[in-house]
Design a protein around this ligand. Structure first.
Ligand code: HEC
Length: 90
């Protein structure tokens, strides 16, 4: 399977982006390009804004319908990594 590993590595290089940290890929279902429910986009936004929102959801200081429950499933360090990754997405 050496050839397969090589192809995967090539695809990551072509995309010009690091692999998403744990949990980050799960966000795109709601925060993807087509967001029919008016959910705010998160790709390419400043990392500080995203991290502040996520930490606010996690500690309950920011009002939410569901992001509070979701954010509580991650540690602050994981949320920081997720925020950093999304800030670099186009
Ligand atoms: C099931 C759909 C859903 C998923 C999955 C989801 N979100 Fe959200 N997100 C929302 C909704 C809805 C809001 C608006 C706040 C609320 O009602 O909870 C929101 C708000 C946010 C905001 C605040 C944006 C702003 O400008 O106010 C951020 C940042 C965010 N989400 C990041 C994430 C990240 C990172 C993930 C993945 C770990 C994620 N979301 C996964 C639905 C989702």
């Amino acid at each position: 399977m050496a050839a397969r590993g090589f192809l995967l590595a090539g695809a990551v290089v072509l995309m010009g982006a690091a692999a998403p940290p744990p949990g980050a890929a799960s966000c795109s279902g709601c925060h993807g390009a087509a967001n029919p429910d008016g959910i705010p986009p998160i790709a390419g936004r400043p990392v500080a804004d995203l991290a502040a929102a996520l930490n606010g959801f996690r500690d309950g200081s920011r009002k939410a319908t569901l992001m509070d429950r979701l954010a509580k499933g991650f540690t602050p360090a994981e949320l920081q990594a997720i925020a950093a990754w999304w800030s670099e997405q186009p």
